[in-house]
Unconditional design. Sequence first.
Length: 488
Amino acid sequence: MEKTVVYARVSTKRQETQGYSIGAQNKFLRKYAAQNNFVIVKEFVDSETARKLGRTKFNEMLKFLKKHKSVNHIIVEKTDRLLRNMKDYHTIEQMIKNDGLSVHLVKENSYLSKDSHTGEMFIFGIKSLMAKNHSDNSAEESRKGMMEKAMQGIYPSCAPYGYMNVREGDKKIIKPRPDEASFVREIFELYGTGSYSLQQVRKMMLAKGMRTRKGNRFLKSKIEGILKNDFYIGAFDWKDFRCEHASHKPLVSKKLFWKVQNMLSSGKKNKSRKGMFPYSGLMTCGVCGCALTGEIKKEKYIYYRCTRSKGNCKQPSIKQELLDKEFEAILEKIHITEDIQQKIMQGLRESFKDNSKDFEETVDRIEKRLKQIRIWMRDSYMDKLKGNITEEEWREHNELWRAEKDELSAKLATLEKDDESFLEKADLILELAKNASQLFKRADAPKKHKILKLMVSNCIYKNGNIDLELRLPFSLILKTSKSGKWCA
């Protein structure tokens, strides 16, 4: 009898009560093991987001398999229970190829081993990529929630120095932190006199005991950052949204703030250039490992240079036009045959089938729960009218049910957006597989960034050359384009 481990996962603690329970998964996987003569030597369970790298039990499982070579099977429900990011995919792929690991995806009726055909690994890769769509979309929904909060005048992140995040009832708000707020006011007042430099203000505040929340001494740049932060007059920027009348209490007057800005200003206006640099955040310097950033020279030429955050770097800057040609040349090597197109379609169809089944099951489960809550709310109201329960008891229960009802309704809306996002990404993958180079050439800067983010990883620039890795399924498409066959 072959030895195996079993892996089960729920994305959040809440999912354990919404039909994805660990107990149900393990029961299903144990049954499969028994029917196929496997001996389960260890079970691993994760109850945390898989988008966050470093899942505790997932990593423990990989270490266990590396240590116990006689155990070379993983039994898991399906791809998106095992993987939600491409780093995990590459780790599993290497263990299949190099360590003889076998992966049993029970609900997908799929079995992967070192003897698997390249086409099977290709489809597994597509399923992994599409599984990642859910976690990406969840993050997007979280960002949308934060934007909604910002539009209501509430800063949706950690409060800056001088303020603190607090909870009042069921709301999270930002209030002044008395000790820090007094330091902030004094910084503005001292610098606003025109009698002290930034360094002098810094020394005066340090002498009075001003420290960061970690107990460190403030640098001059941090003092300048405080003076330039219009959060202290009740305004803030969040992404592309500008809030002029935030809900938090200002610490300094607008008159003093703008007086300080005039004193700090060099007279040059900064122009917003967001979205002009398609390669920012995608490349690292091959000399020192820092990020490459875009900048405009002579108000019309875009160059990319090393940020030099680790010190002086001799990597020369490069014109954006040259990077365009480099990326276009790489993408032109991808040639999709009818065979490859059919494999992509097969992988997308299977992913869509799995996603649709999950979508329908989850929607059905939520709608049944909503129906039950409505019945409880109606019956509870009738009990109140009949005098079977008090007004206070009715209100207490009703508030809990209403909160759950609102949460489930929001979940339904998120599921619908998730479904739309899945289809959009599937279409983009197919289009890029067919015609990546031409799509890239015609794209504007934001679209180029989106295409490359989907297609490439570990992009390193050094001495005029780009070294990169293609993500799935494009890496396998390129490999197949070169070899002309699907053999492993």
